[in-house]
Design a protein around this ligand. Structure first.
Ligand code: SF4
Length: 470
């Protein structure tokens, strides 16, 4: 088992036993579910909106080369710069070089999961640059020195009491349980950073080919301040975020808002079209877009799984996942938790090390049901499992187990014999009171729960007895 898999199992066991943690997450997801339920009723036809979003993303992803080149040309015409980063290292170098050349000492960041993926903040901090997260949830987890817990709600695992204590300890604020007051404390603190930072870094919800624009949506207005006040602006995005036309936002914006937070539309929807032009009163002097590949091209080449690139990072599949609801976001140990992360991460970081994530699912399909762009997530989890088997990365014990299973299932007689053997063995374990002890072969299962009592007869025997048929 890989180190990442061992760590995942350790954290998952710890978090699933933490009932207080589960209570906070469940409460937050219940609020989310209620909001999304209301949000969908505001659409004349929610299913038609999903289909339209799927079609837009399908068109973009299946003509990615064309739309990305069109986007690049437009950004350049608008006075901006575009950098193509094959991997995280190239993206980090480019942005750090821009910061060094322009004398940047402080950066304000709006939420960008790609920046987490490539560990940008850590690289800039090593250069002595102060990096301030300005999304409220990201600000909170940065103060706790933690990665985001969720791609949309980074501090979902915390309640107001914990945030209040944190603000008292780190910011010297008075304790308060009043959410607006907590927001005001963060706001006063962040305000100073917006006006002293030389560089603003944002992600991108979409990049628009026919306009050469980047769009970000936030509920706090921090994205707009990050992209309009500092003199250098960098938008960091995965190559899959491109959409063909400006008018596509008419469907994508409300659908993303509803699936992401249950809102009809996110509070601040900002379009960034380049550096400040002559006569304009605000906007950056330099505008850079960094297009990150980092494994996405390989996913694009995989016709079976290409549609994973349709993801608009709404987080709906994460909230719907029964595994996430019980183990939370940090247990995954990767940038993207939940079903989309379990599908995507083996492609971005390597199947051998991260194949275990494909098994962090009951394959119930709840993720697929809620995805606003119709990604068949549970099928992709299954594809990843199959690919891991074909790559031979599973253990010899698992190989042997599956061979035994196949041998058993290929014959009714063998199935009967093995069933009776298993029932007898479990009755012996039970009779000798070995359950949960070191001698119990079922210990991984019985150490946390009681084994069910084994019936003497199989279902098949009972059926025969009751119905007199074989
Ligand atoms: S896979 Fe679908 S549901 Fe999950 S984050 Fe992406 S768009 Fe949202």
């Amino acid at each position: 088992m890989t180190t990442a898999a061992q760590e995942f199992l350790r954290k998952a066991a710890e978090k699933s036993a933490d009932l207080a943690h589960r209570g906070i997450v469940r409460w937050n997801i219940d609020q989310y579910d209620a909001g999304v339920g209301r949000g969908k009723t505001r659409f004349a036809d929610w299913e038609a909106a999903r289909q339209r979003c799927h079609d837009i993303k399908w068109e973009a992803v299946n003509h990615l080369d064309r739309y990305l080149l069109q986007f690049e040309q437009k950004v350049k015409e608008n006075g901006g710069h575009v950098f193509w980063a094959e991997n995280g290292e190239e993206a980090r170098h480019y942005i750090c070089d821009v910061a060094a050349r322009t004398g940047v000492k402080k950066v304000v960041k709006s939420k960008s999961m790609v920046s987490e993926e490539i560990h940008l903040a850590q690289a800039m901090e090593k250069m002595g640059i102060e990096v301030v997260e300005t999304d409220l949830g990201e600000f909170i987890v940065q103060l706790r020195n933690e990665p985001p817990y969720h791609i949309v709600t980074p501090a979902m695992h915390l309640n107001r009491q914990q945030v209040s204590k944190l603000f008292k300890e780190k910011l010297g604020a008075e304790e308060t349980q009043d959410p607006p007051e907590l927001v005001a404390i963060a706001r006063r603190w962040l305000r100073k950073s917006f006006f002293s930072a030389e560089m603003g870094i944002s992600g991108a919800n979409f990049i628009i080919a026919d306009a050469g624009m980047v769009t970000i949506t936030t509920n706090e207005g921090n994205g707009r301040l990050c992209t309009s006040v500092p003199r250098i602006q960098v938008a960091l995005t995965g190559i899959e975020k491109v959409i063909p036309r400006l008018q596509d936002l008419a469907t994508l914006w409300p659908t993303l808002a509803t699936a992401g937070t249950g809102q009809p539309i996110t509070c601040y929807n900002t379009l960034i079209g380049g550096p400040r032009r002559a006569g304009e009163v605000d906007g950056p002097e330099e505008f850079h877009v960094v297009l990150v590949d980092n494994g996405r091209s390989e996913l694009l080449a995989d016709l079976e799984q290409r549609e994973v690139l349709h993801c608009i990072r709404c987080g709906a599949c994460i909230n719907a996942c029964p595994v996430f609801r019980n183990i939370g976001g940090h247990a995954y140990g990767v940038t993207y938790p939940g079903p989309i992360g379990s599908v995507l991460t083996p492609h971005l970081r390597g199947l051998p090390e991260y194949q275990h994530l494909s098994y962090a699912s009951s394959l119930c399909g709840a993720c697929t049901d809620v995805c606003p762009v119709h990604i068949e997530l549970h099928h992709h989890l299954l594809h990843n499992r199959r690919n891991a088997i074909h790559a031979g990365t599973h253990s010899s014990a698992e190989r042997l187990g599956m061979k035994m299973f196949r041998w058993t299932m290929m014959s009714a007689g063998r199935f009967r014999f093995m069933g009776s053997l298993g029932r007898t063995a479990l009755r012996v374990i039970h009779g000798m009171r070995l359950e949960g002890t070191a001698l119990d072969p079922m210990r991984p299962w019985t150490k946390d729960r009681a084994a069910p009592a084994m019936p003497r007869e199989s279902f098949r025997d009972l059926w025969r007895k009751q119905n007199g048929v074989r």
